[in-house]
Design a protein around this ligand. Structure first.
Ligand code: FES
Length: 305
């Protein structure tokens, strides 16, 4: 964890004011929040101030943001000094944020830190040629590709002392550099290449989605079978077996009722099987006659459709 202090007074500008364009932009940010909640715009305003100054946030900028948001200076000061995205002193053309949190640390961040110290200088200072500055920061969220650094707005991952040294050389010389993994790894896949989801049948429809085709096929067969079944007199073509769905729905086979039990009507709170001597049980056996239920044939509540 690095110590977060404002830059020395000697380098602090005497004044800070947003440009007219940035004032308009700041107002548009503040307007995004309900009245009384203008403090929510503090991060974007500090960021814009840092951008305007050229990469760092001086004391006067913090004061200006506090005044714009009608906040006590200390409230903005504590935010600017908490987040390492706000640089509290001048930075080099290439500002290196070196992740020193545990995953990067155990993968070699310490060696990268030594390189920074040797080639750039003490943390928080700008190199003599103005090309580099560096600080150690907490996890930047690319732990799978540890160790890593952020330079300006880009991530450089899977670093080793040699590749990091070359990266600094290239940046210093103005040569193009490759962002992301420096070992050629694709995103954060396993070292040596991906190991899962490689079966091509996962993508040709023969496995994923095959269940749907099977269900559709079964439903079509069921439907064809029903069309071919002669309808009982006075019935409108309802399900042929207990447990079937409504007309036109796929048939779902029901388990045979154990001896002494009968299949209960759909919706029976006792489930699909009830003792054969209970009134509801005879409803199935007596479908078409109303026997045992007190209902007449054709009664809509008798289970016939
Ligand atoms: S620990 Fe370094 S990116 Fe997370």
């Amino acid at each position: 964890m690095s110590v977060r202090r404002l830059a020395a007074e000697a380098v602090q500008p005497k004044e800070f004011a947003f440009t007219a364009q940035n004032v308009d932009w700041a107002k548009s940010q503040i307007a995004k929040y309900p009245p009384g909640r203008q403090a929510s715009a503090v991060i974007p305003l500090l960021w814009k101030a840092q951008e305007q100054v050229g990469g760092w946030t001086p004391r006067k900028a913090i004061e200006e943001v506090a005044a714009m948001l009608d906040l006590p200076y200390i409230r903005v000061m504590e935010i600017a000094t908490f987040y390492t995205m706000f640089n509290l002193g001048p930075i080099g053309r290439n500002h290196v944020q070196l992740c020193g949190t545990v995953p990067c640390h155990v993968c070699g961040a310490l060696e990268l830190k030594k390189i920074c110290e040797e080639r750039i200088g003490p943390q928080g200072t700008v190199s003599a040629d103005g090309k580099f500055s560096w600080i150690e920061v907490e996890c930047l969220g690319a732990c799978c590709n540890a160790p890593m650094v952020q330079i300006n707005h880009d991530y450089y991952e899977d670093l080793e002392p040699a590749s990091f040294g070359k990266l600094l050389d290239d940046l210093a010389a103005g040569r193009p550099v490759k962002t992301g993994s420096q070992t050629g790894r694709n995103c954060s896949e396993a070292l040596g290449g991906g190991t899962t989801l490689k079966d091509s049948s996962l993508y040709d429809g023969s496995r994923v989605g095959a269940w749907k085709a099977r269900f559709e096929e079964a439903a079509a067969k069921d439907s064809a079978g029903k069309d071919a079944t002669p309808k009982a007199s006075g019935e409108s073509g309802g399900p042929a077996v207990p447990g079937s769905g409504r007309q036109g729905e796929p048939h779902i086979p029901q388990p045979a009722a154990p001896k002494g039990l009968a299949v209960a009507p759909a919706g029976s709170p006792a489930g699909n099987a009830v003792p054969a001597d209970e009134p509801g049980a005879k409803d199935i056996a007596g479908q078409g006659s109303g026997e045992g239920t007190g209902k007449k044939p054709g009664d809509p509540s008798s289970g016939k459709r």
